[in-house]
Design a protein around this ligand. Structure first.
Ligand code: MGD
Ligand code: MGD
Ligand code: MO
Length: 704
């Protein structure tokens, strides 16, 4: 229990220090202190009292005021006055905006049916209310096409659910007790900066750090051991490790017997994966695979800290399934701080049905569109075609894969596009109507994390800028304009928070809005080692090495390695033309496309970059600092090369996501990326791409 008041004065008379919570789509969900002077946020700091934030923020949010007051802020409703995509807009009133949207929606529904309307949103904020509440109610009531929100974590989530039944793992604060931490496909320096001091503390107490990542980024360099697999081959690595565990009988037979099911199926499967076979697939020496298995078996507690990077491949579901099974064999779930952690999202138990009201949907339920296939949906879908898209919490013109196809869709003259945004993004350019959105400093939200275990309350610290409104208020207004009379469209943000907390989940026991107002941050009542004595959320109640549900869905009920769709093994002909595997992970100074318009962040990030291995660079006469053209059948971008030991030969890395307007040729990295759904959950495949690289002219105007 923390008694810190939500508001206090600092030394200077006219500065008030207020609490806020970072809203961004990131593991850390930090507690912030905002210095407010004359109604303006002037300084932002990490909350020193918060056990996870520990007084510091990341490089991006340290100057959050620069984002809030950016000259790119959208302050008023606007309508398009020039040709589609030309970026000419004129200010209009909220009345005119709402009347126009409601009239267009009604006309489209009358002519094509409600499924011709598509909402498009993701996690511009992960706040419970602004991520998904009133908006979901609205589109359910409309009967619009439903969006499958797959762009980030869908393959891994489906995989974890199939093995554990619930997205949960150890409390990250307990990882200080671990004797082995395996950081597997998560960039703990850039994407999860507060994991790093926990790892460092564990190492001071004697822990070994292993990083498994094709990208030799900072943590990989500082690790005790860096293991660099070929992208998209981690399932083979995990199968090889499990082969050794079974062969050597490095098994917790009691745990397997009591709390798991399907061991015999798995044992037969891993028998086919001796380390030599896994080595040939992954590029990791067979001896190293044995050494990894031994290190895992001999270390207690030990944890697999797995990230979303490794599931952004066409085989991402089976990859996560395979890795997730390892602690079930060895009983590492028994220990505090041990086991496997991809996501702790299942640790909160908020009442999402009350927030989203799926009961408002017509029957039968409307069709769905997978958000990573946006380009296809806008250009090919019929019966009915998509005639209107409403974008909020997302910047699809920059972030969605196969960008050329997305832009072909967004440029359709007959498509009615509404964008609710804080900043004038690449997507706004394609809008018919742009609406102003508040930032976290201007609205209320209930925050959870997908990594730590604190529920936090964010309340506004400044007045809304211009005529900006929160997502919840926008959809209240739209519901009125559409003539919806259900009382749920009048719920206030406070009502929504109470409804979210009303699930009756034991994790939330005693956590109320009143207590949150007082304490701001409260840890959920969740066991520290959630599966120490079983308690899995699967149909069998056990950890499932074999899944009946997957078998029924026509998927492999155990697990198998399949090469990524674009790879030397998966598509040899394509690989002959495009020999380089390109992964496009998180940039240190951006958060997806967020922050990527701020001069300070662009300055620090440098230029749109590709990291090349010396072997690949020399073969092409490319030196560090040269500009190169990176291309495949989907498109082409220019990037600046950096040559070094960043990866194995044949693997390149480009940190993302630069806005297209700051790219040399006006298109972003996602012209190269694949819009093929992964093997589970319809997930994204941003890191499965084959490309060719060749020298190019430097841009006439450097990217800024
Ligand atoms: N600074 C910063 N922080 C962020 C974000 C950001 O863009 N910038 N994005 C936020 C969001 S939305 C998310 S989902 C998370 C994402 O955070 P992460 O889970 O860290 O996801 P990525 O950056 O895609 O990839 C993480 C790591 O996986 C590696 N990787 C790629 N392919 C493979 C593979 O086949 N095998 C293995 N073993 N590793 C692989 C990449 O090289 C990278 O180092 O971070 C959040 N935090
Ligand atoms: N090549 C490549 N592409 C990727 C990835 C990758 O690793 N490589 N990562 C993918 C991942 S992990 C993700 S999660 C997606 C993320 O894709 P997006 O969800 O589109 O995330 P952002 O780029 O951060 O853009 C979010 C937008 O929401 C806006 N926003 C923020 N808060 C609010 C609000 O309260 N209301 C409204 N109306 N708008 C708001 C922000 O201003 C911002 O423009 O990108 C994916 N794209
Ligand atoms: Mo994400």
């Amino acid at each position: 229990m923390r008694g810190t008041k939500p508001e206090s004065r600092n030394g200077s008379e006219d500065v008030v220090v207020k609490r806020a919570v970072c809203p961004h789509d990131c593991w850390d969900t930090c507690s912030m202190l905002v210095h407010v002077k004359d109604g303006r946020a002037v300084r932002v700091m990490g909350d020193p009292d918060h056990p996870v934030t520990r007084g510091y923020l990341c490089v991006k949010t340290n100057h959050y005021e620069e984002r809030v007051y950016s000259p790119d802020r959208v302050l008023y409703p606007m309508k398009r006055v020039g040709p589609k995509g030309a970026g000419q807009f004129e200010r209009i009133s909220w009345d005119e905006a709402l009347t126009t949207i409601a009239a267009r929606f009604r006309a489209i529904i009358a002519e094509y049916g409600a499924e011709a309307i598509l909402p498009y949103s993701y996690a511009g904020t992960i706040g419970t209310l602004q991520y998904g509440s009133m908006d979901r109610r609205f589109f359910h009531r409309v009967g619009a096409t439903r969006l499958q929100r797959t762009i980030c974590s869908a393959a891994g989530s489906a995989a974890v659910k199939s093995v554990l039944g619930v997205r949960m793992g150890p409390d990250p604060e307990d990882m200080v007790h671990a004797k082995l931490i395996v950081v597997w496909g998560v960039n703990v320096i850039s994407s999860n900066p507060h994991q790093w001091p926990i790892i460092q503390e564990a190492r001071r107490r004697g822990a070994t750090l292993v990083v498994i990542d094709p990208y030799r980024y900072k943590a990989a360099r500082e690790a005790d051991w860096h293991v660099s697999p070929r992208p998209g081959t981690d399932a083979a690595l995990a199968l090889g490790i499990m082969h050794v565990l079974v062969r050597e009988d490095w098994l917790d037979r009691d745990y397997i017997e009591r709390y798991t099911t399907g061991f015999d199926h798995l044992a037969r499967k891993v028998a086919e994966w001796p380390p030599e076979r896994a080595a040939a697939v992954t590029g990791i020496a067979a001896d190293d695979i044995v050494r990894l298995a031994r290190l895992w078996w001999e270390s207690r507690p030990a944890v697999l800290r797995v990230g979303y990077g490794l599931q952004r491949h066409t085989n991402g579901g089976s990859t996560v399934r395979a890795i997730c099974m390892i602690p079930g064999l060895t009983g590492h779930w028994r220990d505090r701080g041990g086991g496997f952690l991809l996501s702790n999202s299942g640790s909160y138990g908020l009442n999402s049905d009350a927030l989203e009201r799926p009961d408002l949907m017509p029957t039968p339920a409307p069709r769905t569109v997978n958000m990573i296939e946006l380009g296809k949906a806008l250009t090919e879908l019929q019966d009915p075609p998509i005639k209107a898209i409403m974008v909020y919490n997302s910047n699809p013109a920059s972030v969605a894969p196969n960008q050329s196809r997305v832009l072909a869709g967004l440029s359709r003259e007959d498509l009615f596009t509404v964008v609710h945004e804080q900043l004038f993004t690449d997507t706004c350019k394609w809008a018919d109507i742009v609406l102003p959105a508040t930032t976290q400093f201007e609205h209320t939200d209930l925050m959870t994390s997908y990594w730590h275990l604190y529920v936090q309350l964010n309340e506004p610290v400044i007045e809304p800028l211009g005529e900006a409104v929160p997502n919840t208020e926008l959809f209240r207004r739209l519901a009125r304009a559409m003539g919806f009379t259900e009382p749920c469209f009048s719920d206030s943000d406070e009502d929504l928070i109470r409804q979210a907390l009303s699930s009756g989940s034991p994790y939330l026991e005693g956590i109320t809005l009143e207590r949150l107002r007082e304490e701001r941050s409260i840890k959920v009542n969740r066991p520290a080692a959630p599966f120490a004595e079983g308690g899995f959320g699967t149909p069998s109640g056990r950890l499932e090495f074999y899944s009946e549900a997957l078998a029924a869905a026509g998927l492999d009920p155990v697990v198998e390695y399949t090469p990524p769709a674009e790879s030397v093994d998966g598509s040899p002909e394509l690989a002959a033309r495009y020999p380089i595997a390109l992964i496009t992970p998180a940039a240190h100074h951006f958060l997806n496309s967020t922050f990527a318009n701020l001069p300070r962040m662009m300055e620090r990030e440098g230029a749109p970059t590709i990291y090349l291995n010396p072997v690949d660079a020399e073969a092409r006469s490319i030196r560090s600092g040269d500009w190169v053209r990176v291309f495949n059948d989907r498109g082409s971008v220019r990037l600046q090369a950096r040559v070094g030991d960043w990866s194995q030969p044949g693997v390149a890395i480009s940190p993302t996501i630069w806005w297209s307007r700051f790219m040399p040729d006006g298109v972003g990295i996602n012209v190269l990326t694949l819009d093929q759904p992964a093997d589970m959950g319809g997930g994204a495949s941003f890191h499965t791409n084959l490309v060719q690289v060749e020298p190019a002219e430097p841009p006439v105007e450097p990217s800024r």
